[in-house]
Design a protein around this ligand. Structure first.
Ligand code: FAD
Length: 461
């Protein structure tokens, strides 16, 4: 329990309307989008200025109170579940100003609580482009995107959030303001602390401001939907497109289970009999787009695509892409528990990984729907089950254990974009080394001697 005196201090600092201590409010911040047990925090505070954010952190540090920072809470690895019941949650959704969009120098300066899609739309109004587009972009925040290094449907060609972070300001565990990076394309002043904050999952500091790179929008684009009778052929087509040295901006895969479930819900008219579909978009100069689209179609046909469709207009394309974005929410409706994974492998290994996932589903008698950013090697096998059925959940956990072993053997990684949090912490050493864990823990202890910032996440201190 947070003391009444401390609650009053926060109320004086932030206004009563930004301090939440009722049981119902606290319950709302006890979980996020991962399948993990909730932990109810002792208090939730919502600073609305940078100065207030710094003061909150300093106050909590002074009092030795654990803190978890939270944007929209859409992360899938438990990053915003409080460590303990004493934890205070710092909400950043009150820090939502786009401070600058600089069209001459191609950057923007934003507060951490700005919603990703709102930011991309504001940038588009100035005829510029912010490419990172996580499936959650309608609600996720820039702070959460940086702290998770979020990817999206355009990661293959345009990269992920880290590729757009030019600078970051953040408060360290004590509440001191740290600045790294700048508004210039090049900056080597001091350590790359902005880079260190990327994918730090709220464990190294609390981001208060970011400078983000913008790019000119592509002049033209062409979207395609390729239909395959067999998911293996689709996986081989993905590897084939990359091997042909064509880099589409989007190359997404949906397997049959995902297609049918999504189509049931969205009524998009997806090819329900298909073993898999690929959603592909190439963009750039119109001549390049035509060449790339032709090269892609050649690879698709060589890999037994039964149909290649071009959406007839922007509306039809939007519906297809929206169907892809609905994959997770729709699969999550099917059974009481959804375990979404994001094991990622080098692109040439996508066919092997896809086969392994389907073999594991049969071996452990579990239901899986697989979709994902196949062009990045980033698949999202989604296990549909009921955690209350101990036998079924054990089989799911065994299948996931074996899947990670396979991904690592294929030179892949545990997580392409969803982060480690507490959900995947136990596998960290398997992919890295004992030395990596100890180094990370030493770094955290040096920067956060009281162990207050999201202490149990990633490696734990
Ligand atoms: C339907 C759905 C689709 C998704 N699709 C994608 C996808 O395509 N690609 C992808 O990469 N992810 C995806 N995600 C996962 C998630 O949306 C991303 O990780 C996103 O970046 C989280 O943003 P958030 O604002 O919700 O952050 P939160 O969940 O609130 O926080 C995430 C982490 O960042 C930390 N954090 C938040 N704000 C700050 C800050 N200001 N300073 C320091 N640390 C901070 C938190 O402590 C936590 O550890 C999806 C999730 C859902 C539910």
């Amino acid at each position: 329990m947070t003391s009444q005196a401390l609650i009053q201090d926060f109320e004086a600092m932030l206004g009563k309307e930004n301090v939440f201590s009722s049981e119902a409010d606290l319950q709302s911040y006890s979980y996020d989008s991962a399948v993990l047990n909730p932990v109810v925090p002792s208090l939730v505070v919502r600073p609305v200025t940078t100065e207030q954010l710094g003061k909150c952190v300093a106050k909590l540090y002074e009092n030795g109170i654990p803190m978890t920072v939270r944007g929209a809470g859409t992360n899938l690895s438990g990053g915003t579940i409080p460590d303990k019941s004493e934890t205070v949650v710092i909400l950043t959704n009150g820090l939502k100003k786009i401070l600058e969009i600089n069209v001459a120098d191609l950057y923007a300066v934003v507060e951490p609580g700005v919603v990703t899609a709102d930011f991309a739309a504001a940038v588009a109004k100035k005829n510029l482009f912010y490419p990172p587009d996580p499936g959650s972009q309608a609600v996720s925040t820039i702070g959460g995107n940086i702290a998770e290094n979020a990817g999206g449907l355009r990661g293959l060609k345009y990269g992920v959030t880290k590729d757009y972070v030019m600078g970051v300001e953040f408060f360290d565990a004590t509440g001191a303001l740290v600045k790294s990076g700048s508004r210039t394309v090049k900056c080597v002043t001091g350590y790359n602390l902005a880079g260190m904050l990327v994918q730090s999952e709220g464990t190294l500091g609390i981001i208060s401001q970011a400078v983000l790179k913008l790019v000119p929008p592509p002049a033209a684009s062409k979207a395609l939907m390729a239909v395959f009778a067999d998911v293996q052929h689709a996986a081989e087509a993905v590897a084939g497109i990359i091997a042909a040295h064509v880099v589409p901006c989007t190359l997404e895969l949906l397997d049959n289970n995902t297609i049918v479930r999504v189509d049931d819900f969205t009524k998009t008219g997806l090819p329900r009999e298909a073993g898999a579909i690929l959603l592909i978009e190439v963009d750039g100069h119109p001549a390049q787009v035509a060449d790339d689209a032709a090269a892609v179609e050649k690879v698709l046909k060589a890999n037994h695509a039964t149909d290649v469709k071009v959406p007839k207009d922007a509306d039809e394309k939007f519906k297809l892409w929206e169907a892809r974005r609905m994959a997770l929410p729709v699969l999550a409706r099917c059974r009481p528990t959804t375990v979404l994974e994001d094991a990622t492998v080098p692109r040439s290994q996508i066919p092997t990984m896809m086969k392994a996932i389907n073999d594991l589903a049969r071996k452990y008698r579990v239901e899986v729907g697989t979709f994902g950013h196949a062009g990045d090697g980033n698949l999202h096998p989604t296990f549909l089950c009921d955690k209350r059925d101990a036998d079924e959940f054990k089989r799911v956990e065994e299948a996931i254990d074996e899947m990670f072993d396979i991904a690592i053997k294929l030179q892949g990684t545990l997580s392409g974009e969803h982060g480690i949090g507490t959900a995947k912490a136990r596998w960290m050493e398997k992919e890295t080394s004992r030395g990596t864990i100890l180094f990370s823990q030493r770094m955290r202890r040096a920067l956060d001697p009281k162990g207050l910032l999201n202490a149990s996440k990633i490696v734990g201190i």
